[in-house]
Design a protein around this ligand. Structure first.
Ligand SMILES: [Zn+2]
Length: 309
């Protein structure tokens, strides 16, 4: 499909060329096995680098800081849009010193510097380390999942990689700052719609229904409570979940998110860290629910049908 047929000689089991068959696992072929590990290594590195980048992106978006201080339309002090904050060197979040290249190495620099800035000695939050680790592990897990499917679909693979990275940002950003960035969810919705039109095997009405249910569920709560229970960001996230998961898989995401939310609330209430009226980072739980539904949603629905039949 993408490569000439001689690509099979260096195939890393993507089955892009359609020559090699994933079902015939040539365990005795050492080259294929090492190519497998090469593929995992690439994905691991991509996850670490992207995780590191997402950390700095989230911090920049929240702080509204920009290393380049470029001139944007609107004059002095004007800020670029959220999506435009993608360039510039990373700085220490405390002393603003531009980091050397080795201080940007994912995981490694945190361990070597023992979680402290080299100059100001103030702590680098542990969540920078955890986001890098989580992104890398998610990417490797998704690769493993897709390489073990009966047929490898590159576009499904890239969709899952993209949305897992997006959900990591939703998870962390809502947990830290209690905001679900509309620019992220709108971009996600656009890509989900594009993907469904191009590659979906299920009718488009299931995704339209999913988006209506997802957005409607939160829009209703928003209207009833005049925006006190939830934010507008939840409505956009609900629409994206519906466009990504479709009906009825979106119900699995909601179900998983609210169960996880309840489980997380119990210890917080018991230890009086939060009261019943505390702000809940709903997007954090919805991100986990969406991820679960992406991979196990269809199985959960089938299991449920087998129960009630
Ligand atoms: Zn510093």
């Amino acid at each position: 499909m993408f490569f000439p047929s001689n690509y099979a000689t260096i195939c890393v089991r993507l089955n892009l060329c359609g020559v090699c068959q994933w079902s015939e696992r040539p365990t005795k072929n050492m080259f294929i096995i090492s190519a497998d590990w090469l593929w995992y290594g690439l994905v691991l590195a991509a996850g670490l680098i992207l995780g590191s980048y997402l950390n700095s992106w989230m911090w920049r978006v929240h702080e509204g800081r920009w290393q380049f201080k470029p001139r944007f339309p609107g004059g002095e002090g004007a800020q670029p849009s959220t999506i435009a904050r993608i360039g510039g060197r990373s700085v220490c979040i405390h002393c603003q010193r531009v980091l050397a290249w080795f201080e940007n190495i994912p995981l490694g620099s945190f361990l070597v510097l023992r979680g402290r800035c080299r100059t100001c000695r103030r702590a680098i939050p542990l969540d920078y380390f955890l986001v890098e680790l989580a992104a890398a592990l998610l990417f490797v897990g998704i690769t493993y999942y897709h390489l073990h499917l009966p047929a490898f679909s590159p576009w499904h693979f890239f969709r899952d990689i993209f949305f897992s990275a997006l959900l990591v940002v939703v998870f962390v950003y809502d947990l830290k700052y209690y905001i679900i960035l509309p620019s992220l969810t709108l971009a996600g919705t656009t890509i989900a719609i594009f993907f469904n039109i191009q590659y979906s095997t299920v009718g488009i009405k299931y995704w339209i229904l999913g988006a209506i249910v997802g957005g409607g569920f939160f829009a209703l709560q928003y209207l009833i409570s005049s925006g006190r229970w939830i934010g507008a960001g939840d409505i956009y996230l609900g629409v994206m979940m519906g466009a990504l998961l479709g009906w009825p898989v979106i119900l699995v995401a909601f179900f998983a998110a609210y169960i996880l939310g309840a489980l997380a609330a119990v210890p917080l209430l018991v230890f009086k860290k939060k009261g019943l009226k505390s702000e809940v980072p709903l997007g954090t739980f919805l991100a986990v629910g969406t991820f679960i539904a992406m991979f196990w949603g269809n199985n959960a629905i089938q299991w449920y049908w087998s129960l009630i039949r």
